[in-house]
Design a protein around this ligand. Structure first.
Ligand code: PEP
Length: 257
């Protein structure tokens, strides 16, 4: 049975005080709740303080990006070592905003994902099609290529730790979501790709989550789908009320699967 995982991507939101306030509120609200895995990904500037606030709770810390090298002349970058140093266990890799706005290619995403797993950080690798690609009927091809390119060179032992996030680009921050059935079909496709790249056992073990305008209202339907193991939540994760509701509803739906 795959452990459900809900990840909050705070993006470039929340100043230090707001971030620590939200972290404390989540610790309080989720205390004692059987919640699978909950990961929050604040901006770099508040990672360290948030790390202290969630210490001792079941909430885990993630970053939104990282460089693949450990140190060196990479002005403005943050390495896996730095993330481990402050208690990060997860890192989002290849978010569509990084691919589209910062030119991250499949090769860059692959380097980062490989570096993360080799250092013991769990990469949450994002793949998904644009609206144009969907309209052209290219969803399968784009997702298949995205998964294959991202995972190149990742061993069988490493892949089972990786989390894959299926995030249709047209659904991110737009209020449009893939229907649970459509999302489930793409998750199934990703498991087929994993079977092809590794084997059936790996395909059944790797966690795949959905991302794209997840809300307290639509999470139940998403989590009821058999291939979906969780959600990557953007906008609705920067308010304690909506994020806690998503987590609680997700875990309840999951336990009924
Ligand atoms: C995201 O940032 O990965 C995301 C899915 O954002 P939103 O939930 O706001 O669509």
């Amino acid at each position: 049975m795959r452990n459900p995982i809900i990840v909050g991507n705070w993006k470039m939101n929340l100043l230090l005080e707001e971030a620590t306030h939200l972290a404390l509120s989540l610790v309080r609200e989720l205390d004692g709740i059987e919640a699978g895995e909950v990961v929050i990904c604040p901006p770099y500037t508040s990672l360290s303080e948030v790390s202290k606030r969630i210490s001792g709770s079941s909430i885990r810390l993630g970053a939104q990006n990282m460089h693949w090298e450990d140190r060196g002349a990479y002005t403005g970058e943050i390495s896996p070592q730095f993330l481990l140093d402050i208690g990060c266990q997860y890192v989002i890799i290849g978010h569509s905003e990084r691919r589209q706005q910062f030119g991250e290619t499949g090769e860059v995403v692959n380097r980062k994902a490989k570096s993360a797993v080799s250092k013991g950080i769990i990469p949450i690798v994002c793949v998904g099609e644009t609206l144009f690609e969907r309209k052209e009927g290219k969803t399968e091809e784009v997702v298949r290529r995205g998964v294959e390119a991202s995972l190149k060179g990742i061993s069988r032992e490493e892949i089972v730790k990786v989390v894959i996030a299926y995030e249709p680009v047209w659904a991110i921050g737009t209020g449009n979501t893939a229907s649970p059935e459509d999302a489930n079909a793409v998750h199934r496709l990703i498991r087929q790709v994993l079977t092809h790249l590794y084997d059936e056992e790996v395909a059944q073990e790797v966690r795949i989550q959905y991302g794209g305008s997840v809300t307290p209202e639509n999470i139940e339907g998403i989590m009821k789908e058999p291939e979906i193991d969780g959600a990557l939540v953007g906008g609705a994760s920067i308010q304690s009320g909506s994020f806690v509701k998503i987590i609680k509803t997700a875990m309840k739906a999951r336990s009924r699967k």
